[in-house]
Write a protein that binds this ligand. Structure first.
Ligand code: MD3
Ligand code: FE
Length: 222
């Protein structure tokens, strides 16, 4: 190691682990590698939450079962069943309140929002999505929150996925972006109500998650 460093010092001069920012469309940015050093701790926190509130495949109002399994933490949890989509203070399957949002989650979401130009963001809801190979999320808008001036922060962990970002209308042609473990997306303002989705998860392996992908989305629900 020492030997190669002394031969090619220039290759190691930059900080290879420093995050960088990519703009997908106006007001939607990817902070590449932003959560990379926290992967293990975030996954451990997810496991703790799932012990109390197991991942489940919820039903949509249309009667379909989602291929993405979900759990929640924070003051409000996002739920769906045949009567509709909504935020609830308790888990409909147990009647209990959701686990508290771990500090490592909150701090990461606040830091990412601040970095992206939303300094006052205080998430009160975190939806945790788990994708198995073949799972997908069709194009949709996130519009169950009260204040669209608040951004949403998303953290990807595990197997990479192709994320689709459309426009304000369903017919707007989407832009595809690959999100890998440690990438954080922040979207607000003109992109806040953009249609988006995730293509069917391809079989893959990640050292810490096996064939799974997790996504955390931090929102201000109320
Ligand atoms: C929206 N989750 O839970 S978040 C959801 O990866 C959800 O599990 C997806 O959509 C997931 O509601 C995607 C990532 C994301 C990134 C950029 C966006 C959503 C966006 C830009 C504009 C609007
Ligand atoms: Fe969404």
């Amino acid at each position: 190691m020492k030997k190669s460093l002394s031969i090619t010092p220039d290759l190691f001069a930059g900080d290879l682990s420093a995050p960088w920012v990519e703009t997908i469309v106006d007001d939607a940015v990817v902070l590449r590698h932003f959560a990379l050093e926290k992967e293990e701790a975030l996954l451990a926190a997810i496991a703790g939450i799932a012990e109390r509130v197991p991942f489940r495949n919820m039903r949509t109002p249309g009667g379909h079962t989602m291929s993405v399994a979900m759990t929640c933490c924070g003051e409000w949890g996002w739920v769906t069943d045949t009567s509709g989509y909504r935020y609830q203070a308790s888990d409909p399957s147990s009647g209990r309140t959701w686990p508290e949002m771990p500090e490592i989650f909150r701090a990461l979401a606040v830091a990412a929002a601040t970095e992206a130009g939303y300094p006052g963001f205080e998430p009160d809801a975190c939806l945790i999505n788990r994708y198995q190979p073949g799972a997908k999320m069709g194009l949709h808008q996130d519009k169950d929150e009260n204040d669209f001036a608040q951004p949403i922060v998303s953290v990807s962990l595990g197997v990479p996925a192709t994320f689709q970002l459309g426009g304000a209308r369903r017919r707007d042609r989407p832009v595809n972006t690959t999100l890998i473990s440690g990438d954080v997306v922040v979207w607000g303002r003109s992109a806040r109500l953009n249609y988006h989705g995730v293509l069917r998860l391809k079989p893959g392996q990640h050292l810490l998650t096996g064939d799974l992908r997790y996504n955390l989305t931090f929102r201000r629900a109320r």
